[in-house]
Write a protein that binds this ligand. Structure first.
Ligand code: PEP
Ligand code: MG
Length: 581
């Protein structure tokens, strides 16, 4: 019998394939004592487990496609080095020999002791070594307990074409899984603007989140249809459903390939207002798509993905090399580099650290706050951006600013770097535009003050909505409150746009709201003229803009600003979209 399950479609496309269930259970480590006569055999078991763990890692490393953009190989090499270090199991061997512990438990005690040492360290990157210890010891324990590889680590392409289902996936998992050619994925948890969802869109993988209890009703190898537009999964579909969805797949394919004809058409409304469409990019390899969809440049380059799934942060040279490669691909198109926005759901290791965690990570040490606290992270990136600015149209964008003191600090650091570059005769753009994201209500309310100090603003609605309505963007229980059309959100957007006009500086929108075709006319009516969107959605938004007449949108936008609820605004938008195209 066919079962239909509903979640939130976050990355469009239809996939038909077999299900693969990802279990991410915590290991249950048994604790028992062995007999003295078993000591040698237990130590042998430990050595053999280490050898198998090494073999697993080598196999994974050997199967990483050369095109993978994230430096997974060096991440794996670090773990291999740790496994090759005899010191790692010296203490567990002693515990087996002298305290008669089983190998798994002896490893656990060793892990706890090492983790404590790392926990004491102040340096954020040294602290991440703690996670490496845990990963490595966990791998040996999995072998001892005869657990298989974590699915996304599988070195082969056995998941090719599968639709994977997980309780949750981190952005780092998603990057790792991508190279296996999965057809689509669904998670039980997550929000529509979680970075996992955003990444799915940029990787072009159909995806659904918030599919509660999916793993209860879907079994390994069940045939499923995943519809990432409507947020539906059909389990064990009958022939009629299969035929229907195959037809939809074909229609979608034709519709999207038809949009490509708009690529070179200038984005002008019917009444001849020029609108600029920029692309949001996460991974360096995706820069090719900027030209493919005819974007006028990159409005948001999320550089934090350069830091994920690797051992140490990129140094100045690596940043510089990456930006130079990107500028080369862009061939003169502007590039807005957003400085590191790690924290909240974006952690270098996928967010699975143990130990003390901030109780409200989204409200904590994130983005510019983390960068100002850890200059060792910030300086190399800023310096590389400045150096790269000599070779192309670079703009520097700071995430999550909430007060002018932070602007002072950033500008002071930039000045210091400029003085250093001058002293060394290194070229950079002396007029490098510096702007910020408006993603905290405090920044939106004070946008006029910010606009006096900066060269451009960009509204990050993903966070602005999260912080304005006080809903965690990755918490699926809160999805029902996530409303880009909440009157408070609209007013903050309007305030920011007005501030930009008054100060005569450009204001873009780079949150997901800008890529939703339903909102395009409302945003035009409010005065937005720069959209920064996922390349996958860009041409669809362009089509709406080409069919719009701004002179007819102002009244609707004003009415929306006076509406009392998101529902009222949504009704107005539907009317506007129905009548005005
Ligand atoms: C935003 O918050 O809208 C944004 C574009 O930044 P990110 O999604 O990376 O937090
Ligand atoms: Mg943000």
């Amino acid at each position: 019998m066919t079962i239909a399950m509903h979640g939130v479609g976050v990355s469009r496309g239809i996939a038909i394939g077999k299900a693969h269930i990802i279990e991410q259970e915590q290991l249950d480590i048994p604790e028992y004592n062995i007999k003295p006569a078993q000591i040698d055999a237990e130590i042998r078991r430990l050595h053999e487990a280490v050898t198998s763990a090494k073999q697993q890692l080598r196999a994974i490393r050997d199967h990483i496609p050369p095109t993978t953009s994230v430096d997974i190989a060096s991440f794996i090499d670090t773990h291999l080095l740790m496994l090759e270090d005899a010191v790692l199991i010296q203490e567990p061997i002693r515990l087996v020999r002298e305290s008669f512990y089983n190998a798994e438990w002896a490893l656990k005690l060793q892990c706890d002791a090492l983790v404590n040492v790392f926990e004491e360290m102040d340096d954020a990157y040294l602290r991440t070594r703690r996670d490496d210890i845990e990963h490595v010891i966990n791998r040996i324990q999995r072998v001892l307990l005869k657990h298989t590889l974590l699915p996304h680590e599988s070195p082969d392409s056995s998941l090719q074409g599968y639709i994977t289902l997980a309780n949750d996936l981190t952005p780092a998992d998603t990057v790792l899984m991508q190279h296996q050619g999965i057809a689509a994925f669904a998670t039980e948890l997550g929000g529509p603007t979680s970075h996992t969802a955003i990444l799915a869109r940029s990787l072009g993988i159909p995806a659904i989140i918030g599919l509660h209890q999916a793993r209860r009703y879907i079994k390994e190898d069940d045939l499923v249809i995943l519809d990432g537009i409507r947020g539906v999964i059909l389990v064990d579909p009958d022939e009629r459903s299969l035929a229907h969805y195959r037809k939809l797949q074909e229609q979608d394919r034709k519709y999207y390939s038809g949009l490509i004809t708009l690529r070179d058409t200038p984005t002008r409304t019917k009444d001849d207002t020029l609108v600029e469409l920029y692309a949001n990019i996460e991974l360096p390899k995706d820069f090719e798509t900027v030209r493919a969809v005819g974007a006028c440049g990159v409005g948001l380059y999320r550089t934090e993905f350069l830091y994920m799934n690797r051992e140490s942060p990129p140094d100045e040279e690596e940043h510089f090399k990456t930006y130079m490669e990107v500028l080369n691909i862009l061939n003169g198109l502007p590039l807005t580099i957003r400085t590191l926005d790690l924290g909240a759901d974006k952690q270098v290791d996928g967010g699975r650290q143990k130990g003390p965690v901030q109780s409200n990570p989204a409200l904590g040490l994130r983005a510019i706050r983390l960068c100002l606290k850890e200059p060792a992270l910030f300086y190399p990136q800023l310096k590389a951006i400045l150096r790269a600015s000599a070779f192309g149209a670079v703009r520097l964008m700071i995430p999550m600013l909430s007060n002018t003191e932070e602007i002072d600090q950033v500008q002071q650091i930039i000045e210091e770097i400029k003085t250093d570059l001058d002293a060394k005769n290194i070229a950079y753009d002396h007029d490098l535009p510096v702007g910020c994201m408006i993603e905290v209500p405090a920044a939106a309310i004070c946008a006029d003050i910010f606009a006096q100090r900066l060269d451009f603003l960009s509204i990050g609605t993903n966070d602005l909505i999260q912080y304005t309505i006080a809903i965690d963007r990755v918490n699926d229980e809160m999805n029902y409150l996530y409303d880009p059309l909440h009157p408070a959100v609209l007013r903050l957007i309007n305030t920011t746009l007005q501030a930009g006009r008054q100060a005569n500086i450009p204001v873009a929108m780079c949150g997901e709201m800008a890529g939703d075709i339903r909102n395009a006319r409302l945003l035009l009516g409010l005065g937005l003229r720069e959209f920064s969107i996922h390349p996958a959605n860009l041409l669809e938004v362009k089509k709406i803009i080409l069919e719009s007449d701004i002179s007819k949108l102002d009244d609707f936008a004003q009415q929306a600003l006076f509406a009392k609820s998101g529902t009222e605004i949504a009704t107005l938008i539907d009317e506007m979209n129905r009548t005005l195209h």
